[in-house]
Design a protein. Structure first.
Length: 127
């Protein structure tokens, strides 16, 4: 009986480690998808093409997308760098991305917090 317990402990530890690794892997996939969404949005922003930008935004269809994109472009908003991304503790289908942005060529002192949400048709930025 003692032999069984000695072998069961390492197996249980192995399974717990595997489950923890899979959980981290899921989290890293989410944060990477959110980072990519933010980067892609800001890469495409200067074009003003809502056919490309609207699918990257939550609830920004047609005219709403155009108004949002126009306002961002009028103020020369651009991405300098993505600092980090963390799964939102209140909603596991959302990631908060901390990004350094510039406005009219001047880099903001404080990072901007951008919320990116997982939807059935992909990750979308909420502005």
């Amino acid at each position: 009986m003692r032999w069984l317990n000695v072998r069961a402990v390492p197996r249980a530890a192995l399974w717990l480690g595997l489950v923890a690794a899979l959980g981290c892997n899921t989290e890293s996939r989410k944060t990477e998808a959110a980072r990519t969404t933010v980067q892609r949005f800001f890469e495409e922003l200067p074009s003003g093409d809502c056919a490309v930008l609207a699918p990257l935004l939550t609830g920004k269809e047609g005219g709403t997308c155009q108004a949002t994109v126009q306002e961002l472009n009028e103020h020369g908003v651009s991405l300098v760098e993505v600092l980090d991304a963390k799964v939102d503790g209140r909603d596991s289908s959302a990631v908060v991305v901390r990004a350094r942005v510039a406005r009219d060529g001047k880099v903001r002192e404080q990072p901007m917090l951008l919320r990116v949400e997982q939807h059935p048709d992909g990750w979308k930025l909420r502005l």
